[in-house]
Design a protein around this ligand. Sequence first.
Ligand code: ADP
Ligand code: ADP
Length: 218
Amino acid sequence: MISKMKNLIFIGPPGAGKGTQAEMICKNYGIRQLSTGDILRSNVSKMSPLGISAKSFMDEGKLVPDDLIINMIKEEITKPEYSNGILFDGFPRTIPQAVALDNLMDEFGFKLVRVLLLEVPDAEIISRLSGRRSCRTCNRTFHILHNPPPDPKECDRGVCDIYQREDDKEETILKRLSVYHNQTSPLIEYYENKGKLAHINGLGTLEEVYKLIEKEIE
Ligand code: ADP
Ligand code: ADP
């Protein structure tokens, strides 16, 4: 059963800190993060049919086609682990995806509480993404300067396997930023018109940003 109560959406440029904040929000509010990027990367490493279709788009910093993403979401949200509510991270990223999500929410009768727009200027995004390191085991992200990866033994979901994502190289970062501005930013007006959007200044420390988010969802 999907919760009717606590569903949130994160939007914002790649590397704005959505995944980092999602971990704290989910821990404190008892809801579950649904990261389309994490699900896609897991499909790529298993070489599932979805992973095989998605890989070339992801490597080039382009969006995976809407029909593949929408089918993936339909399958995912029926899983029991999302029963207390979902924090959508990285979805929707286009208007057709947002419309599909509205329809699914109507169908399942669940409520959208807030859409959190994490705002970070492009220059800071480049610095955050080029210093980002990710864990293959637990999907957490770190930063070589602002949030260094832990000792492998301290990873609470297994032994950390830290790596730099192929698409976190500068050339692909610029491409992903332009995809965000062209294809994803129209969602800002879409959710503003629905009265759901909260602007969050993503430029502070992890704790400062979290406090701003808390104010919006309490
Ligand atoms: P980031 O955390 O840097 O914003 P993600 O992990 O969310 O990046 O996404 C990585 C890649 O996966 C994207 O560049 C895109 O190719 C693909 N992807 C993730 N979510 C979606 C989506 N909702 N629609 C289309 N493509 C997606
Ligand atoms: P997203 O999920 O939006 O793509 P991440 O949460 O993976 O972004 O964060 C991108 C990078 O920026 C990571 O290296 C992360 O450690 C770092 N980061 C996240 N929040 C902040 C912050 N408030 N200040 C500085 N660096 C941050």
